[in-house]
Design a binder for this molecule. Sequence first.
Ligand SMILES: [Zn+2]
Length: 105
Amino acid sequence: MSLKLIFSANADQSDIQLCEDYWAYGHNGRYVEHIETLCRQYSVDYHILFGVLAECQAYLDDVHCEYCGRPYQLDVPADIPYIRKQSSWFCDLCCQIRRPKLGRF
Ligand SMILES: [Zn+2]
């Protein structure tokens, strides 16, 4: 899996570890349980957990926008299998630019 994590400058070692554990979610357990496990493991509440996660951007570097080549930015790990199944993907920006030309609306 080629998941790329980009951390903000204020992320410390334990923040980085937490994000890596979060994105290592294996899709065979329940997402809520995964979150609860991380909260216990790092002794944080949901609020702090998602605050730390917001400091980290996750990209799939094998899925690129067909138009501009930007890697796919993930919101939740559960999206990964769904995104991989798509034959092509366009980023939000390119969708906005291209939509009128495609005449879909
Ligand atoms: Zn694009």
